[in-house]
Design a protein around this ligand. Sequence first.
Ligand SMILES: C[S@@+](CC[C@H](N)C(=O)[O-])C[C@H]1O[C@@H](n2cnc3c(N)ncnc32)[C@H](O)[C@@H]1O
Length: 234
Amino acid sequence: MSKLYVLGVGPGDSELVTVKAINLIKSADVIVVPRTNKDRASVAEEIALPYIEDDAKVKRYVFPMVNDLAVKQKAWQAAAEDMVRMLNEGKTLVYLTLGDPTIFCTYMYLDDMINQAGFKAEIVPAVSSFTAFSAVTGNRIVEDKERFCVVSGIEDFDNLPQIIDLFDTIIIMKAGIKFSAIYDILKAKNLLENSLMVSNATMENQQIFDDLSELRDEKFGYFTTMLIKKGGLK
Ligand SMILES: C[S@@+](CC[C@H](N)C(=O)[O-])C[C@H]1O[C@@H](n2cnc3c(N)ncnc32)[C@H](O)[C@@H]1O
């Protein structure tokens, strides 16, 4: 019987993929992998590689990271149509995504189209990058009565000063893209010492930046997340 699972594969370390995800990857008819560029491997696929059988069928869709919404929608629609076609053939699909599928996941752009075709995805939870990156720096996200939030350093950028005022711990995803502007906000609020960043957490090329003071004009990769702990970092 056809079935669609949207699987998180965790933040990077293949040992952090759940047993449930491994079993579903091994038993799927088709493994569906979104990627941003046809010449670049998907990070989610690389994480899942130890669990993908040699003869597995892998479908790779390109979802370009561009500002033109029409271009993105066209790619989402083509992927959704292809997945619906396979579901109508009775296949079991697993859609791989980095981290946890409920946090900034591209599948959510396809979900309505899949539902309209009469199918419903089962979401399989996973380790999100924001818990993993806090763990690798030895920091707890919240304790006791503290409050935390997770925001995007691009989409929520204009509201960052107010967001920072409201919470004890602030996690900024996609923090590398507008880093210098975020840096200026933190400096103005005297919070640079309370902030750190991690690129590629739990991956072989993990980097922890625990002193941001000299890094204002540094370039960071896409897989970079920031932790701001107003009560103090470990
Ligand atoms: C499209 S979101 C995907 C989030 C993912 N679903 C999750 O649960 O972590 C991409 C952002 O996640 C964060 N990210 C993902 N993997 C990461 C890693 N290994 N180390 C640090 N940040 C990571 C970065 O902030 C990146 O810009």
